[in-house]
Design a protein around this ligand. Structure first.
Ligand code: MN
Length: 304
């Protein structure tokens, strides 16, 4: 089982920091239920500058926000239309389940600090996609030390340790970091496909040398993964059963049909952060809502 695929991110330079997107990409749309993988930073932010994502809606997905520790460790404030407010810090997972609809805003803490974060979107399966929205901050995740790596389980079960993070389909997320040379072998679930993203330094995975910011895709069927780093490095490993449902991704929405998108768009445009289906982001959010793009002339093709 050596069919590997590397995916180079699409990078957007936002001035103070860069955003690198490895999913969805032209080469690979999903890894298990993960349909969206963005990396913000790493960056040192000037005083008063930062990441500010104004109120916007989501449907049929769950967002995971994960902050990296170390030189660029920062903090992000989350607010949503359920009334949640949470400051997320390195070592914690924020999980927002959009279900039938929720709105939120995310802002890096603006004190001239740092930003290095990942945002992941997980598609919800048919039986779960219209569930009630929910938000949870998980501050206490399993952390293991193995062969020079510090391993944090963000979701699912790895090396017998299960994260408290709510999941709606079989998946896992794990962060591996090391301060110097390290080499280990991680057992994998052969029912899962995996994507590995090197966030810092360089690492060799399953014999493939992978520079920072590239995603390495592993199809289902693997039983283990060797990881080796010659110096300080950090790797994010995501996995899950192949999603198996044809979905549409448009703007901040995941759906099954064009009609799902039209309805969500109409509902946001009727009440852009002013109640209705998506509610109003609170408390303390004063930013104006994001405008949705037009669906005019857009042809969305369901795909897995
Ligand atoms: Mn969002």
């Amino acid at each position: 089982m050596t069919i590997l695929q590397t995916i180079t991110p699409v990078t957007h330079d936002l001035g103070q920091f860069e955003v690198r997107r490895v999913l969805p990409s032209a080469q690979k749309r999903m890894v298990g239920p993960f349909i969206f993988v963005d990396q913000f930073g790493p960056a040192h932010l000037a005083s008063g500058e930062g990441m500010g994502v104004r109120p916007h809606p989501h449907i049929n997905l769950a967002t995971v926000t994960w902050l990296f520790d170390g030189e660029y460790a920062g903090a992000i404030e989350h607010r949503d239309s359920l009334g949640s407010f949470a400051t997320i810090r390195p070592g914690q997972v924020n999980l927002m389940t959009a279900g039938r609809g929720v709105a939120h805003s995310e802002d890096s803490v603006r004190d001239g600090a740092n930003l290095h974060a990942a945002q992941l979107w997980i598609a919800l399966p048919e039986a779960e996609r219209q569930r009630e929205p929910a938000f949870c901050n998980y501050a206490d995740l399993p952390v293991l030390q193995a062969d020079g790596f510090r391993i944090t389980v963000l979701a699912g079960t790895v090396l017998g340790q299960t994260a408290p993070t709510r999941v709606y389909s079989p998946l896992c997320g794990v962060d591996l970091s090391c301060d110097g040379p390290a080499r280990t072998t991680l057992p994998l679930d052969p029912a899962f496909e995996y994507g590995a993203l090197v966030l810092r330094g360089e690492a060799t995975l399953a014999g493939e040398r992978l520079p920072a910011d590239e995603l390495l895709f592993f199809p289902a069927g693997r039983h283990e993964l060797s990881l080796q780093a010659d110096g300080p490095a950090e790797i994010l490993l995501l996995g899950g059963e192949p999603f198996g449902e044809a979905i549409i991704l448009w703007w901040n929405f995941v759906g099954r049909t064009h009609q799902d998108m039209e309805q969500a768009l109409a509902d946001w445009n009727a009440h852009p952060n002013t109640g209705g289906r998506f509610g109003t982001v609170k408390p303390g959010c004063l930013a104006s809502p994001l405008n949705a793009p037009s669906l005019e002339g857009v042809h969305l093709k369901p795909g897995a």
